[in-house]
Design a binder for this molecule. Sequence first.
Ligand code: SF4
Length: 162
Amino acid sequence: MRVTGAMFYYYFVCRRKLWLFAHDLRYEDTDENVVLGRLLDQSSYERETKHIMIDGTVNVDFIQDWTILHEVKKSRSIEEASIWQAKYYLYFLQERGIEIKKAILDYPKLRKRQKVALTQNDRATIQCTLEDIEKIITLRTAPDIIEQPICRKCAYFEYCYI
Ligand code: SF4
């Protein structure tokens, strides 16, 4: 199973969101938060070559001098998911012989950065997470609604609650 960066990220945000996304229920194109994120992406780090698709599966924001992987984020509201997404990218690249040791989460609007590294324990966690993602995606029906504050900003809010 091909697990994209978005799928890995959604696993830490909401298992239902992961399932909906993996089953091609997409609302992101019109969601205000997603559109804002896209605009931020287009207007930041313009000198870098952005959106590097690797092995047809993960789409990395950019890799500075092939040594530091960067992910550009709008806010720190779901930072744990962003950190794991960056760790997954490092893992994915290393599994394919591309030894990039460090990632940085960039928050241009906040003028903040967060360094991310991949440890041996992280590698084990990622392997378990990939197995769990497969189990979730192959469920016959979507996991339950989580009823959390983040739902209000989720692209699937109307689908889940209205
Ligand atoms: S609205 Fe809430 S429950 Fe529904 S997919 Fe989004 S985060 Fe999950």
